[in-house]
Ligand binder design. Structure first.
Ligand SMILES: [Fe+2]
Ligand SMILES: [Fe+2]
Length: 177
């Protein structure tokens, strides 16, 4: 279905752009010696590439054309770790809106394979927004306190920073790619 294929192809730009943006953030954080936050962002960058791969696989399996987007140079400076995470949150909300749009198109067209594939993304976006919101709030609590910032950074290194985020639709995401 052409409209759906076009929508998925234009959504690919969101995923590639997010991957690129997170890589730039990872570099900035590394330069600030926030190794934990930086590692987290690097992992997120790879995840976004994985999201693009999922969509590409769907198009190929559906015998539809893949059109890879041009990727713009991302922002590479932020005022603070806090403003960087504000940006993450806004970006994830935009990605969610784009997924919801594709979902509506797939639903209206009765494309069950597309809605089944997109269910994974619905769960993923719920979790991504929840994580971004959580980190933002923790950074607000830390405010200008360097010790608190370093504690959060260490938690990212230890893998404990996000244990409190529940991932409300996690059962939709069992299998990984
Ligand atoms: Fe994504
Ligand atoms: Fe994301």
């Amino acid at each position: 279905m052409q409209e759906l294929t076009n929508a998925i192809n234009s959504h690919l730009a969101c995923e590639f752009q997010a991957s690129h943006a997170y890589l730039a953030m990872s570099i900035w954080l590394r330069e600030k010696d926030l190794a934990g936050f930086s590692t987290y962002m690097q992992m997120k960058s790879q995840e976004e590439r994985g999201h693009a791969d999922r969509l590409i696989a769907y198009l190929v399996d559906s015998d539809e054309q893949v059109e890879l987007p041009a990727v713009e140079a991302p922002e590479r400076n932020w005022e603070s770790t806090q403003s960087l995470f504000d940006h993450v949150y806004e970006m994830e909300k935009d990605v969610t809106a784009s997924i919801n749009r594709i979902y509506s198109i797939a639903e209206q067209a009765g494309e069950r394979s597309a809605t089944a594939m997109l269910d994974w993304f619905i769960a993923e976006q719920l979790q991504e927004e929840a994580e971004a919101r959580f980190v933002r709030k923790r950074l607000r609590l830390a405010s200008d306190n360097t010790a608190a910032l370093l504690l959060l950074d260490q938690q990212f290194l230890d893998g404990t920073a996000l244990l409190a985020v529940k991932g409300g639709l996690a059962t939709l995401k069992k299998e990984t790619m």
